[in-house]
Design a protein around this ligand. Structure first.
Ligand code: SF4
Ligand code: SF4
Length: 135
């Protein structure tokens, strides 16, 4: 069972976005959280990717796994890295991350679980379906 969810958000997008909808999707188990199994006690934290090219995510997540184990006995496989929709999808704030493959490679290298998407905007989905946003 997942005990800790680490949402990774696009550093550029965070210049404007307070992350409200990511948090809301986690609380309401909607969007990218709908199919994830986590209990009421599951914790959530949000971090930025650290900026392009995304390399900082490696050391941030490495330290997170270390701290979670050392202080709260949370195993690495009880942590889920959730890549926010502003990284994974073309959206209101701009195109999806051009370094997504690199970022997922770094997470895999750490041996951590990850999954895509957080808040899914209905309007953005419509725009992606119509071709106004890239899928
Ligand atoms: S997915 Fe949406 S709410 Fe979450 S950080 Fe990105 S832009 Fe903000
Ligand atoms: S690496 Fe991707 S997610 Fe991070 S700031 Fe650059 S575009 Fe955004």
């Amino acid at each position: 069972m997942i005990k800790l969810i680490a949402i990774v958000q696009c550093d550029i997008t965070l210049e404007r976005c307070p992350g409200f909808f990511c948090d809301r999707a986690f609380v309401n188990k909607t969007g990218g959280f709908e199919k994830i199994k986590y209990g009421k006690d599951a914790r959530k934290l949000s971090i930025s990717c650290g900026g392009c090219c995304g390399k900082a995510i490696h050391r941030k997540l490495s330290l997170l796994a270390n701290r979670a184990k050392k202080f709260d006995n949370i195993e690495k496989d009880e942590i889920l890295v959730k890549l926010a929709s502003c990284i994974t999808k073309d959206n209101y704030h701009g195109p999806k991350c051009p370094n997504l493959a690199y970022i997922t490679k770094l997470i895999k290298r750490l041996g951590m679980k990850y999954s895509m998407d957080t808040h899914i905007s209905k309007k953005a989905e419509e725009r992606r379906a119509s071709g106004a946003y890239v899928k």
